[in-house]
Design a protein around this ligand. Structure first.
Ligand SMILES: [Fe+2]
Length: 185
């Protein structure tokens, strides 16, 4: 039996659990898994860049390393979900990370663009789940991914603005850090 035959055979075995799970949603989840793994791989490459001795920015290294682990976890969550719904996970080859950034700010901008691409894909998947009347998939996306995605994008946008301020108004940044968490008496 060839690879396609084996996949079809495994799909037949999973029919026992499968209910109201459209194959278009299944294919879109496989694409999402690929995108999450690609993001994880890209973040790992970014982390490694900031750990180089000629760059030496441990904060950004830690931030991107954690982002890589987070994306990996997202992919794993989708893989588990796929099995729960009786679908078949099909992994693809990952392309090598290709970055153009030369500054921390440009790296954060690339990260924000990456997150926006992931979010667009999640929203398209949600629209597909609605089209196929799959409220459980909609709920999974809403509770596990969509809010977190918006939060991540806000965090990156904030960092971009803060790094811009450090370039021009370092005093304002230091003052703001000093009063973080304080209350008026
Ligand atoms: Fe993600």
């Amino acid at each position: 039996m060839n690879f396609t035959g084996r996949v079809q055979f495994r799909r037949l075995l999973c029919l026992i659990v499968r209910q109201n799970f459209n194959s278009e949603c299944e294919n879109a989840i496989n694409k999402q898994i690929h995108l999450e793994l690609k993001s994880s791989y890209d973040y790992l490459a970014m982390a490694s860049h900031f750990d180089r001795c000629d760059v030496a920015l441990p904060g950004l290294y830690g931030f991107f390393k954690a982002a890589s682990a987070e994306e990996h976890e997202h992919a794993a969550k989708f893989m588990e979900y796929m099995n729960k719904r009786g679908g078949t996970v099909l992994l693809e080859e990952l392309p090598a990370p290709q970055f153009k950034f030369t500054t921390p700010k440009a790296a954060l901008e690339e990260a924000l663009n990456m997150e926006k691409t992931v979010n667009e894909s999640l929203l398209a998947l949600h629209a597909l789940a609605s089209k196929h009347n799959d409220p459980q998939l909609c709920d999974f996306l809403e509770t596990q991914f969509l809010t977190e995605q918006v939060d991540a994008q806000k965090q990156l946008a904030d960092y971009i603005r803060q790094i811009e301020r450090c370039e021009k108004e370092l005093g304002v940044h230091i003052f703001d850090n000093d009063i973080k968490g304080s209350k008026i008496h």
